[in-house]
Design a protein around this ligand. Structure first.
Ligand SMILES: Cc1cc2nc3c(=O)[nH]c(=O)nc-3n(C[C@H](O)[C@H](O)[C@H](O)COP(=O)(O)OP(=O)(O)OC[C@H]3O[C@@H](n4cnc5c(N)ncnc54)[C@H](O)[C@@H]3O)c2cc1C
Ligand code: HEM
Length: 406
């Protein structure tokens, strides 16, 4: 337990640290990587470059510190991060490295304002927060390893099939190289894929939602190729998977993780709302509802630029067909092509907005949302404007968690 004095120092310094939050975490990362270059094999360099990871860590440390006398209040947030950590293979021995460099960064940025008393209190508080993460992650590792067909860290999977799903999305069917069973998962969960790209200095880790339903002898991921622009390089892993990885090659996978999951006990209508490649967890959920959902009402709303980039279209229609009357599918294209028009490939031209949601989706439903951040922000705002309760809205970020507040 932390002393009352430590708690009071932490609480009174949180606003100061939060104010310098980004500067501290940036200093922290550059210090840490200079001293522990091996950690560059774990962290996503693109997220670092864009500042997204720094922001996520800064937010988490201050949120934890602000609740230091009642850490239970932020348990859901801690669990979400712990899932990601477990899928990345973060271990207890990594925590002191982060702690030491974070404290040194606080000292460096705040200078004399960070008195020895303040630094000592933050050292204690960090240890307390780290212990909470370590124990939750230990449970998660044990669970991943103990599950039937489960494993602890990374396991080698062979690409059994590679399927082009659209101009930009390709699926990979992955089977374990050892020929053993694979653990089940809850629709909506993701795996971390580890790759060693020839010529790259470090291994790279990326998360991909499982787009198949559980219970198959394989996992399937569906990956969008992230093309670069004049000031952004091509996405490293997605391009490598698309261009170089072929049938028979090996990818290393974590066991499935994540809390953005379909609750099959819930009998309320469910709305699966996706933009672009954000449809991957939704397809897993839809297929699962088709086999296990009974009479439950399901609305699948998907927004894509046009038919050329729209993946898994036939699979979605087939799953909805198996559900029958209780299922509704709507495709919304922002810029349909002439071919899309001729084929009647979409239900609405433009974007999904509040009025369309009110028209097509039941208000008393539970909503699962995934897509680009601006899409998710617009959907959450529209649903709230339509009177949908916060508790009925769930979403997944395809990157470090951020905020959807504007
Ligand atoms: C839980 C979860 C589930 C996910 N599920 C899926 C899924 O089902 N399908 C899917 O396709 N993706 C999914 N993702 C996203 C995926 O993990 C990767 O982020 C994505 O494939 C891009 O990785 P990459 O290595 O190709 O790109 P990266 O190399 O990581 O680059 C990402 C972006 O950053 C830009 N960038 C890179 N370096 C720099 C730089 N130096 N300066 C400025 N910009 C830079 C790139 O141009 C690119 O736009 C998921 C992510 C999460 C967290
Ligand atoms: C108490 C200490 C820690 C806190 C509060 C913390 C917090 C976070 C947060 C908020 C995220 C983003 C999660 C998401 O939304 O995706 C994250 C991701 C991550 N964390 Fe931690 N973390 C801690 C310790 C560690 C340690 C010890 C390591 C290993 C050295 C580590 C490595 C990572 C990595 C590699 C990611 C993913 C980064 C990315 O893909 O960009 N973390 N952490």
């Amino acid at each position: 337990m932390l002393s009352a004095q430590t708690v009071s120092i932490i609480k009174s310094t949180v606003p100061v640290l939060a104010e310098h939050g980004l500067e501290i975490t940036k200093t922290f990362y550059s210090r840490m990587f200079a001293r522990h270059p091996e950690l560059l094999n774990i962290f996503n360099h693109a997220n670092q470059k864009q500042g997204r990871q720094q922001q996520a860590l800064a937010n988490a440390v201050y949120a934890a510190a602000a609740h230091i006398d009642n850490i239970g209040a932020i348990l859901p947030a801690v669990k979400l991060i712990a899932h990601k950590h477990r899928s990345l293979g973060i271990k207890p021995e990594h925590y002191p490295i982060v702690g030491e460099n974070l404290l040194a960064a606080i000292q460096e940025v705040l200078g004399d304002a960070a008195t020895p008393e303040i630094i000592a209190a933050w050292g204690e508080a960090y240890g307390f927060i780290a212990d909470a993460f370590i124990s939750i992650e230990a449970e998660m590792y044990a669970e991943a390893e103990g599950a039937e067909g489960g494993w602890k860290d990374f396991r080698r999977f062979v690409v059994d099939r590679k399927q082009v799903e659209s101009d930009v999305i390709t699926s990979f069917y992955l089977v374990p190289e050892d020929g053993g069973a694979i653990s089940s998962f809850i629709p909506g969960q993701y795996v971390t894929v580890k790759v060693n790209i020839p010529g790259a200095k470090n291994t790279m880790l990326r998360q991909y939602s499982l787009s198949c339903e559980p219970g198959k002898p394989y996992y399937r991921i569906s990956v969008k190729r992230e093309d670069g622009t004049s000031n952004h390089p091509d996405g490293a892993v997605s391009n490598y998977l698309h261009e170089t990885v072929k049938v028979g090659d090996v990818l290393e996978l974590s066991a499935p993780a994540g809390e953005f999951v379909l609750d099959l006990q819930d009998t309320r209508p469910v709305v699966l709302l996706s933009g672009g490649v954000g449809l991957t967890p939704m397809v897993s959920m839809l297929n699962t509802l088709a086999t296990q959902g009974g009479e439950r009402s399901v609305t699948f709303l998907h927004s894509a630029l046009n038919g050329n980039v729209h993946a898994l279209r036939e699979e979605v229609l087939a799953a909805a067909g198996r559900i029958g009357q209780a299922a509704k599918v709507r495709f919304v294209y922002e810029q349909p092509s002439e071919t899309d028009r001729a084929a009647g490939a979409f239900d609405r031209e433009g974007r999904i907005d509040a009025a369309y949601l009110a028209e097509e989706a039941p208000k008393d439903a539970v909503y699962y949302i995934c897509g680009p951040v601006p899409f998710m922000r617009a959907m959450v705002q529209a649903l709230k404007a339509n009177g949908v309760a916060d508790e009925s809205i769930r979403y997944e970020f395809f990157g470090p968690a951020g905020t959807l507040e504007s």
